[in-house]
Design a protein around this ligand. Structure first.
Ligand SMILES: Nc1ncnc2c1ncn2[C@@H]1O[C@H](COP(=O)(O)OP(=O)(O)O)[C@@H](O)[C@H]1O
Ligand SMILES: [Mg+2]
Length: 308
């Protein structure tokens, strides 16, 4: 199919990436429209970083075509319009935040002001600090500032909030909101599903190089149709296993607290009250995005950190 390249900031067409026997991406078809914030989710090894590297022209597809801002990601016109924050980037340690931002700004035709980049990343108070003096979280903020200084049309962020503290994350999401109001398209990977639930227009779940879900966060949850039933009981897990239905997942918490992921909350609640009339703290909630994610990719592939 011939795709409308003007509307599509990003376009993957039949893209596969193989590393020897490993298939990192398998026939990926994906289009991102201008202004969208999409979150790429998936367990470790799902192919998220590979997808971002393709968009930066750092990895070549074994098969298929990748287009960014209507062009080949390896060409400089496309690269000028893309800001990126990858993992494990080392910065020159003796340069200050301000100096690095000025250096980077000089590479772009219409950069943001250095002050604006500082503001968006919440680094205004560290402007004169050397990069090596920054904490881990502040270094991530600096990477973010460097990713946005070129005033990108497309922003690619690989696990941007890792190592950020609560304030850092709040500053980051505030910065993202500001950039989006200017029309910036954002694609990010993360393990923090709660943040995605609030901020993303679209959730793309990858599992073993294949898209297993692609929808708004709410409809990914709805499609999975899960509820979570929580309660406290003196009965042990063996008792509770007897009332779970096929597909239900029982988790025993500390001090007699239980949680069951289920598609049939009404039936389960009835059976639970029959089994233990003394049951307490009963609570039924809609599945979180994390629950949906686990059910789509399988609990054995849970992302690190997401269950904490
Ligand atoms: N340069 C590489 N050489 C060999 N295998 C790689 C390379 N990059 C990624 N892979 C493999 O491709 C798969 C997808 O990796 P990656 O895209 O980094 O996943 P994610 O970012 O979702 O954790 C993994 O099995 C990984 O080991
Ligand atoms: Mg990765």
């Amino acid at each position: 199919m011939n795709t409308g390249l003007i509307n599509n900031v990003v376009c993957f067409e039949g893209v596969s990436v193989r590393f020897g026997a490993v298939s990192a991406l398998d026939n990926l078809n994906l289009e991102l429209r201008g202004g969208e914030l999409s979150a790429l989710l998936g367990p470790n090894g799902a192919g998220k970083t590979t997808a971002l590297r393709l968009l930066l022209g750092l990895t070549r597809p074994s098969q298929g075509t990748v287009r960014v801002l209507g062009g080949d990601p390896r060409r400089s016109e496309a690269r000028r319009g893309v800001g990126a924050m990858l993992q494990d980037i080392s910065l020159p340690p003796n340069l200050s935040v301000l100096e690095l931002l000025r250096l980077y700004a000089a590479l772009y035709p219409a950069p943001l002001s250095v002050n604006r980049a500082l503001e968006l990343s919440g680094l205004s108070d560290q402007a004169t600090s050397r990069a090596s003096r920054l904490s881990g979280g502040q270094q991530r903020r600096l990477s973010f500032a460097l990713a946005v200084i070129g005033n990108p049309e497309l922003l690619l962020l690989d696990e941007p909030t890792v190592a950020m503290d609560v304030q850092g994350r709040a500053a980051f999401w505030h910065g993202i909101a500001e950039l989006r109001s200017g029309g910036c398209t954002v694609l990010l990977t993360t393990h923090l599903l709660e943040e995605v639930d609030r901020a993303a227009d679209r959730v793309i779940v990858l599992s073993r190089g294949v898209i297993v879900a692609d929808a708004a966060p709410g409809s990914v949850r709805a499609r999975v149709g899960l509820s979570r039933v929580r309660f406290s009981s003196r009965l042990d897990a063996a008792h509770w296993h007897t009332i779970t239905l096929p597909g239900d997942v029982l988790e025993g918490g500390p001090a007699g607290q239980f949680s069951i992921r289920t598609r049939q909350p009404e039936a389960l609640v009835r059976a639970a009250l029959d089994l233990d009339p003394a049951l307490s703290d009963l609570e039924v909630s809609r599945a979180s995005l994390e629950d949906a994610f686990l059910s789509l990719t399988g609990p054995d592939q849970a992302p690190t950190g997401a269950l904490a």
